[in-house]
Design a protein around this ligand. Sequence first.
Ligand SMILES: [Zn+2]
Length: 242
Amino acid sequence: MWTPAKVETRRVELDLSGSGQGSCVVTQVICDDIAICNAANLTDWDANSVQVELCEFCRVPGCSSGGRVAIRRVSDRVLLIPDFATMVEKGDQSEEWAPPRWMVKRGVLALSRAQWDLIQASSANALIFDLIKHASVGDLLRIFHFQAPRVFLPDYLQPLMAKWELITCTNGHNSENDLRHLKRLFSDPAHFDGFEICNPRPDSYTVSVFLDLPSDAEWLVFSSEIEPAIRLSDELYFRPIP
Ligand SMILES: [Zn+2]
C-alpha cells in the first residue's frame, strides 16, 4: 500500500494535434513525483470504474484500455484500488478494466482526507469525501490478495489458486494456526459479515509468512493476536467479523 508523502496537482498544456484536437490544458495529479492521473479535469470520477490514465494521444475516456480504479473510503482515508468487481464480472476481458501501471508497481493508493480534498477541488465531478462509497470486507480482502506475493498468488482475482506448497513456515506462536487463519482469507467467497478497522495490541507483533524462494521470501500478514488483525499497511489493519 502506497501512502504518499506529497500530493499535488499541476496544470499542463498539451499538444493533441495528433488526434485533431489542437492544444488542451489538463490537470495532472502527482503523488511523490509520479503522475497518478493524467487529466483530472477530463476524468469521469463519478463512474463505477474510474479511468485515471487516459489515452496519451487524445485524453478521451475509454479510448485506451486499463488505467482503471475504484474509489473507496476506509475510516479517514480514501483508497484508490483496482476495480476488482468489474474485473471479476468481465472475466476474460479484464485487461480492459486493469489497474494503472503505477498501481501494479507501487500498490493501492491510500490518501488522507486533505490529500483527497486537493484532488477533488481540481476535478470536475469527483465526489466529496462524505459521499465516497465505504469499502466492504470483500474490497479489503481483495486488496490483501492483490498485495500477496505474485509467486504465491499469480492471479490476484483467483484466491483459490494460491500456491500453498510454497509456504515453509510463519514466525507466529503456532504456524499451523497461522496457516488456518490465512486460508480463511483466501477462500472464495470469503464468509465474513463485515470488518472493523483496528490497531493491533501493543504487545503483539506482525506475523511473517516465509516462502521457499530466494526473492519475496518474507510476507507480513497479520498481528500475532488470537483473533489476528489483518495487515494492509503499517497504518491500516482490519479484523473481519465472522
Ligand atoms: Zn485516444
